[in-house]
Design a binder for this molecule. Sequence first.
Ligand SMILES: [Fe+2]
Ligand SMILES: [Fe+2]
Length: 165
Amino acid sequence: MTANSLEDLFVEGLQEMYYTEQQLVDALQELEEGSTEEEIKNAFSEHREETQGHVDRLEEVFEAIGHDAEAHEDPIVDAMIHQHEEFVNGDPDEKMLERYNLMSGQKSEHYEIASYGNLIPLAQQLGHDDVADTLEETLREEQEALDEVSTLSEEFDYGDIESPQ
Ligand SMILES: [Fe+2]
Ligand SMILES: [Fe+2]
């Protein structure tokens, strides 16, 4: 990312999130398919639908600020997805994969929260108050998704996974 003005910094951030959200739509499908517990599958599936809504909202935001909706590759989300793929390629047992899916989901929500948590004050600083409100709606959904995966991680049923006594 390079930016010489606050407006650039804001637009670049939006472009990275536009890329990230699109990658996460597919990634959340992987997480859903790689999980077995109904509650966990539903959480990923619901957030996948919301994530598609985040993509649409970013398109509204680009329109509102008079920029073409353009995605800029974000190496952070790519790295998170790559790390998850490597874990899957190691052919983990079902429960281990499900537990790892929650960890991956949780990390991506934290990343999105950090990103939107910075884009919102930038939007306000630039006088884009309506845009800030739109991004705020997405941030709220990310926070709810984080709360849900965090609870699912804490209450995870480890079943037969060995743990040292
Ligand atoms: Fe999102
Ligand atoms: Fe999210």
